[in-house]
Design a protein around this ligand. Sequence first.
Ligand code: ZN
Length: 152
Amino acid sequence: MEPWLEGLTPIVEHQDLKVPYRYSMGATTSKFFIEIRDRKRILGIRCPKCKIVFVPPRSICGRCLSSLEEWVEVSDKGTVQTYTIVHYATPAQPAPTPLIYGIIKLDGADTGLGHMINEASYENLRVGTRVQAVFKEERVGNMLDILYFKPL
Ligand SMILES: [Zn+2]
């Protein structure tokens, strides 16, 4: 116990804090979401030096710090690299629990995309399961324009 707490019972106040905010996604992430929204196309971006294709795209390579500008279309199909099953519900979850979050390496990409996996049985899902993106009918330009990935 900290000396200044000696003989005191700390008062703890519990409150919910709502913080409205606006976030500019920038040119690179905006293009990524616009392509999904308008054409149901998933784009990556290739490093000119490392040749790594990043999905989701980024403007700077994390390995060599090159500026990234070479857009490439990747598949809406990919392979589950890892996953977890979430049983604890919070308001931040985009879907009711239990839900599955996975990292999916899309065909043509070198990095993993985090998203939900649905229409999958927990018993049969494995690292290496092939999955495909399921797009929302009315897309608005965010990550949930892909509803989830489902096993092929
Ligand atoms: Zn690089």
